[in-house]
Design a protein around this ligand. Structure first.
Ligand code: HAM
Length: 414
């Protein structure tokens, strides 16, 4: 778990602001759910999922309830839907922290943030296309160019079950040829073996049956409609028949966004898919659902690697240097901040030299200096700190108007 300090924290806020801007204009409203849920909300995600069986922060609270810190947000959204029964299609977005007891490394943390969207109550393949297009637009807004979209379909639940059995048979036949790890995974969830990066497993994975051969006509038609929609929007994608994703609730469309620069184990910047059936499992009516979540931590690492969407410290318009005790600085900063300027000041009545050093370090465009002479004359000395220009004394009552004119002039010159 990490601390996020300024100016990096400002970048996190801008990240969620940009995301909210993209999805709110597509009709998504923000849903805020608790960080803690009844453990049962998450165990419904599936008992063959590491996220649920191994990685959950769960505990018994003082009221003897078995609860867990959320490892992801889709289950919470479905729980909220089952509880409030809003009209459909219900289009929501979220942002916040999730907790998984994983082995920490670059791009993998025990507390990490996600932004995401979910739509409940519509089956339309155009919706799968819409959400992918929104993620695509978001990446473009961040400036990322190396993101790859991979898609697959897990078919209907029956297709998926038949496939899992065929895959199990194929992998069991490999016997000791499989890595020890994969032999254990195979017992719990054959699909996850397809994710293995181990050398020994690769020939068996390459020769494994493909899910597309098990698609019902209905599932195949839904998938083809999604692909046609992506082509119509010129969104480049690759079909990855071995893509299975780590959560058990998926049916039909699944997809992942991969970064071009991170280690392959951490290169999934985000992912999602359909999970028709999850709302029912949480006590609601049968309701189709589709959505995705994007990892904030990882996406920002990808931004660093691509040199885009960098952290920007707040640019100050002015820094007030008051060597008459500090009351003048209080009055001037309050007045200028209320007028919309970004203004900081020195404290502790430090010397002119010390405060000027601070003004310099702050990166402010102007220093506004008040000494005994200025106080007596009712003026403030305005000293340009960036980009040259003369310093001059300005009447105290004119300071806001003067600053506005000077900043506008500089803006024009740039
Ligand atoms: P997920 O693939 O488990 O899906 O997580 C989505 C993204 O969260 C990942 O691609 C990754 O960027 C980020 N992430 C996951 N675990 C970590 C970690 N330990 N450290 C840093 N980042 C991490 C879900 O969570 C689904 N709820 C997505 C979804 C929404 N499906 C349908 N709707």
């Amino acid at each position: 778990m990490r601390d996020i300090l300024p100016p990096e924290s400002g970048r996190w806020r801008r990240f969620t602001d940009v995301f909210a801007d993209v999805v709110e204009r597509a009709g998504y409203g923000q849903l805020i759910t608790p960080l803690l849920e009844d453990l049962g909300v998450f165990t419904r995600i599936g008992d063959a999922t590491d996220v649920v069986t191994k990685e959950m922060y769960d505990f018994v609270d003082k009221g003897d309830r078995h609860i867990a810190l959320r490892p992801e947000m889709t289950a919470s959204v479905c729980r909220a839907f089952a509880e409030h029964r809003p009209t459909t299609p219900w289009k929501v977005f979220y942002s916040g922290s999730n907790f998984r007891y994983e082995k920490p490394q670059r791009g993998r943390y025990r507390q990490f943030d996600q932004v995401g969207i979910e739509v409940l109550g519509a089956d339309d393949p155009n919706l799968d296309v819409e959400i992918i297009a929104l993620a695509w637009e978001f990446y473009a807004r961040l400036g990322l160019r190396q993101v790859k979209l991979i898609v697959n379909s897990l078919g209907e639940p029956d297709d998926r079950s038949r496939y899992v059995e065929a895959l199990r048979t194929h992998l069991v036949a490999a016997g000791d040829g499989l890595s020890e790890q994969s032999r254990t995974t195979l017992e719990r969830n054959p699909l996850r073996v397809l994710d293995s990066k181990r050398e020994a497993d690769q020939p068996h994975i390459a020769a494994a049956p493909q899910i597309s051969d098990f698609h019902s006509d209905e599932a195949a038609a839904h998938f083809q409609a999604v692909l046609a929609g992506l082509r119509a929007l010129d969104i480049p994608f690759a079909i990855e028949p071995k893509l299975v994703r780590g959560l058990d609730y998926y049916r039909r469309t699944i997809f992942e966004f991969q970064g071009g620069t991170l280690d392959s184990a951490q290169n999934a910047l985000g992912g999602g898919g359909r999970y028709d059936g999850l709302v029912e499992a949480l006590g609601g009516p049968a309701t189709p659902g589709v959505g995705f979540a994007l990892g904030v931590d990882r996406t920002l690492l990808a931004c660093d690697d691509e040199g885009v969407f960098s952290a920007e410290p707040v640019v100050l318009d002015a820094f007030v240097v008051d060597v008459t005790g500090g009351i003048q600085a209080s009055a001037i900063t309050a007045e200028l901040r209320a007028a919309g300027f970004a203004v900081d000041r020195g404290y502790d009545n430090r010397s002119m030299k010390a405060q000027m050093k601070l003004a310099n370090r702050s990166g402010a465009r102007f220093a506004l200096i008040v000494g005994d002479d200025e106080l007596a004359a009712g003026t403030v000395v305005v000293k340009p700190m960036q980009g040259g220009g003369e310093q001059l004394a300005v009447a105290r009552s004119e300071i806001s108007a003067h600053l506005a004119t000077e900043l506008a002039t500089r803006l024009r010159q740039n």
